[in-house]
Design a protein around this ligand. Structure first.
Ligand SMILES: NC(=O)c1ccc[n+]([C@@H]2O[C@H](COP(=O)([O-])OP(=O)(O)OC[C@H]3O[C@@H](n4cnc5c(N)ncnc54)[C@H](O)[C@@H]3O)[C@@H](O)[C@H]2O)c1
Length: 454
């Protein structure tokens, strides 16, 4: 090798190492090749019966117990909650329904480790407060279990990388339980996108705009068992604490991580006027709570640019009085899809939304196969209008048949990473931050999620 060639290759290697360190990829020679192999399109051995352990039996976890118990070939073998009464209540609901009694793990903040270590658990559902999600998912995978994690799966970029590396090393799934990807309108938009009805997609808008009033202040302030966890986060952090509900579906429509990737993100937060006023109104203007300012702005807006030149707006607001919305908007070269309420305009009639008759006909023509086949059962079982049950059904179907998941560990990490990335940008006056490529280049060859069927 000539000196010049050696220097050139050394410079490339140095640059590659720098880039690798910056992005968290240990190898640039192939997605995850130095980390146990890529999990893109990963198929786990089929599970004819799926043995489930559930950690966190609060407002959300209770629904999981009831819904999963209704799915054939699913056995709930263990339940865990730091509050014993909740686990006991749901164990009774299972035995009352004629199911075997699950093992219980309660009383301490680390009892969940025992649940992960049980040989009769294949999948660990993690439905706890946010800061527990990553440690629980890591331990579950290290114990050889698939992890199904509530949103967001991680609150820091470093934890997102930990989830990716551990899934790759253990060859276990780590799926974000992003139920909104299974909503009727979200799957209609996926169908329209894949069929080319909307043309080439260029811009998306997503959000979690949910006026929760002062409900988060109702949590018992003397609760020492992990209560007030949302409130604590809002006091200590800014940015978007809950980005994945609207963002997940938009990423699936656009093929983010599968043919395109997020490149840069810029974010700004408003002042915290409404939230601080609500606290003062509840506890009194002179109360210690009213003096305890919240860092979280009342509304946060992030703008993401993708490698293929698309843009995505993501908003977060749980404070301002307004109707609920996840926005769900996608603009394509042949038309636009927008939700809350559902509106569609297609070329050549793009100067007005299509009327109700045309909209209903379009919905009937392009209803997504998952809703077409399972809509009635989903509506009956409920969970946000049925999308929760559809997510549960589809996840179990993939596990039963050893299929790749619709939401893999790279999606889980990327969508969750917006929590820290948005905060970093807000704290830097809205400067753009680089979005890590959790696939380490795998996005370039991956096929977009197809029209999912079951
Ligand atoms: N996807 C959705 O539509 C949706 C809706 C609501 C909540 N969530 C998510 O679900 C999760 C739980 O939310 P929630 O509203 O049910 O909260 P919650 O506070 O009602 O329930 C959390 C439960 O976790 C338990 N817990 C806390 N620490 C624990 C530990 N160390 N070990 C075992 N159990 C522990 C608590 O005792 C409680 O029962 C959150 O991540 C939230 O973001 C998602």
């Amino acid at each position: 090798m000539t000196r010049r060639r050696f220097l050139r290759s050394a410079a490339w290697a140095g640059g590659a190492a720098l880039l690798a360190a910056h992005t968290g990829c240990r190898s640039l020679t192939g997605a995850g090749s130095a980390r146990g192999g890529s999990m893109m399109g990963f198929r786990a051995p089929p599970l004819p019966r799926i043995r489930v352990g559930i950690i966190g039996i609060g407002a959300r976890g209770t629904g999981f117990v009831r819904r999963l118990a209704a799915i054939p070939d699913v056995d709930i073998t263990a339940l865990c909650d730091v509050r014993e009464a909740r686990a006991v209540r749901e164990a009774k609901a299972l035995t009352d329904a004629g199911k075997p009694a699950p093992a219980l793990y309660t009383g301490t903040e680390t009892a969940w480790r025992g649940l992960c270590e049980r040989p009769d658990v294949d999948v660990v559902y993690i439905i706890t407060p946010w800061l527990w999600h990553t440690p629980m998912a890591l331990h579950a995978m290290q114990c050889g279990k698939h992890a199904a994690v509530e949103v967001p799966a991680a609150m820091t970029v470093a934890d997102c990388w930990r989830l990716v590396r551990t899934a790759e090393a253990t060859r276990r799934h780590c799926m974000l339980l992003e139920n909104c990807c299974y909503g009727f309108n979200e799957l209609l938009a996926l169908n329209l996108s894949r069929k080319g009805v909307l043309g080439d997609l260029i811009h998306g808008e997503a959000g979690y705009l949910h006026y929760t009033g002062t409900s988060y202040l109702e949590e018992d302030p003397t609760d020492e068992k992990g209560g007030q966890w949302r409130q604590r986060w809002y006091k200590e952090h800014t940015g978007n604490a809950y980005p994945t509900h609207g963002l997940g579906p938009v990423c699936q429509w656009m093929g983010i991580n599968r043919g395109d990737r997020m490149d840069a993100l810029t974010s700004m937060s408003s002042a915290s006027l409404t939230r601080n006023r609500a606290v003062a109104a509840k506890y009194g203007p002179e109360s210690p709570q009213a003096k305890d300012a919240y860092k979280m702005g009342d509304i946060n807006s992030s703008l993401i640019r993708t490698r293929r030149g698309r843009t995505i707006l993501v908003q977060f607001d749980t404070t301002n009085p307004r109707p609920y919305s996840r926005i769900n908007l996608v603009q394509g070269s042949k038309g636009i899809f927008a939700d809350y309420p559902l509106r569609i305009a297609l070329v050549p009639d793009v100067h007005a939304w299509m009327d109700d008759t045309k909209l209903e006909a379009l919905k009937a023509e392009h209803v997504h196969p998952l809703w077409d086949k399972n809509g009635e059962a989903a509506r009956r079982m409920g969970g946000h209008g049925g999308m929760d049950f559809l997510m549960d059904l589809r996840f179990c179907h993939c596990l039963r048949h050893g299929l790749p998941l619709d939401i893999d560990v790279y999606d889980t990490a990327l969508w969750s990473s917006v929590v820290e990335l948005s905060e970093r940008s807000v704290l830097n006056g809205g400067s753009a931050v680089v979005v890590p490529d959790f696939t380490c280049g795998g996005w370039q060859t991956a096929e977009p999620l197809g029209i999912v069927t079951m």
